[in-house]
Design a protein around this ligand. Structure first.
Ligand SMILES: [Zn+2]
Ligand SMILES: [Zn+2]
Length: 351
């Protein structure tokens, strides 16, 4: 079985260190690929630091993965050696339940063999799964995406989570011509959401805590940029938006976000506070038939659709490529909002 270099962390207060892990030989329907780049998602940090319940240590995080196929199983039909591929937040599911059949494998309802996370889960071989902070991975072909020719691997990587997490709710709630979309938070998710909503044809307003990222927001396709701290500006925008996509988990009251929506408008929450709780006024929802919604990544068909949409419409994350020995420092920068806008690990530096 192939041994590959990886970076692992072994406790909530630990640091990532170089190590080796074993990957399984690809089974008949599996693909083995060399990882070129892995994005650093805030979820990696929450998991590595034990902030989201039980973490299986040592942990190799990373669920924004892009690379090139180097081996395929004898029954693989969808990929061949040399194909450029990506993997997102999950690597397996039952494949048979209603959700899996509908291409929403992230919501697999099978109790025995449901959705398997790309890391911090138990895989089909009974071993803990290990993610993209490594040089290769073995994945069942049905959980892989083709990366379009026009897109570089380092740009594709962050889209595997940040892209689908924002594309799915924008599409579901009808972002398009004639619709006004608010994107709250211009971070890893938000800077992709602004581009996607604008390319879908919506009129986009971006919101940051301050105006520090205003120029970036406008360049990415927003027609306006507002500081959430600016009470007067926020008041003026009440009853304005069809869709409010919130990529933050604290800092703005939910009632304030509901107030930004027009009647029949929706607030979609993508951020998850550590206690998982939120409070809001039901009166604000009832008056105007407003909706509060959540959204969690997207299924395999929609993830492929998102990649194709980004390739066709020139939507690209803004990435900062780092060597693997800077993961620990990168984590601190993400937590302190210093990243512009996604760190991507160059796995060739793990050698
Ligand atoms: Zn993620
Ligand atoms: Zn299923």
């Amino acid at each position: 079985m192939p041994e590959v270099n990886a970076y692992a962390i072994d406790s909530p207060t630990g640091r990532y260190e170089k190590t080796t892990i074993t990957r399984r030989e690809p089974g008949p329907t599996e693909v083995y690929f060399d990882i070129a780049y892995a994005g650093i998602c805030h979820s990696d940090i929450h998991t590595a630091r034990g902030e989201w319940g039980k973490t299986l240590y040592p942990l190799v995080a990373g669920h924004e993965i892009a690379g090139v196929v180097s081996k395929v199983g004898s029954e693989v039909t969808k990929f061949k050696v040399g194909d450029r591929v990506g993997v997102g937040c999950f690597v397996d599911s039952c494949g048979e339940c209603d959700m899996c059949q509908d291409g929403e494998e992230q919501f697999c309802t099978n109790r025995e063999r449901g959705t398997v996370g790309t890391y911090n889960a138990i895989g089909r071989d009974g071993e803990p799964t290990a993610g993209g902070y490594s040089q290769a991975i073995t994945v069942e072909q049905n959980y892989l995406m083709h990366i379009p020719d026009e897109m570089s691997l380092e740009h594709a990587a962050p889209l595997m989570c940040a892209g689908i997490t924002t594309y799915s709710p924008l599409k579901h709630w009808g972002a398009g011509p004639g619709k006004k979309v608010a994107v709250i938070g211009l971070g890893g998710l938000g800077h992709v959401a602004v581009q996607l909503a604008a390319k879908m044809g919506a009129e986009v307003t971006a919101f940051g805590r301050t105006l520090a990222k205003r120029d970036d927001g406008l360049k990415l396709g927003a027609t306006d940029y507002v500081a959430t701290q600016d009470i007067d500006a926020m008041k003026k925008l009440r009853n304005t938006f069809d869709i409010v996509v919130s990529t933050i988990s604290d800092g703005v009251e939910l009632d304030t976000l509901i107030g930004l929506t027009r009647p029949h408008g929706v607030v979609v929450n993508l951020g998850l506070p550590s206690d998982g709780k939120a409070t809001f006024s039901l009166g604000r929802l009832i008056n105007g038939n407003r909706v509060i919604a959540g959204s969690n990544i997207g299924g395999i068909p929609e993830t492929q659709e998102m990649l194709d949409f980004c390739a066709d419409n020139d939507v690209r994350p803004i990435v900062e490529i780092i060597p693997a020995d800077e993961i620990n420092e990168a984590y601190d920068n993400v937590v302190n909002s210093k990243v512009r806008y996604r760190y991507v690990i160059d796995t060739s530096t793990m050698g």
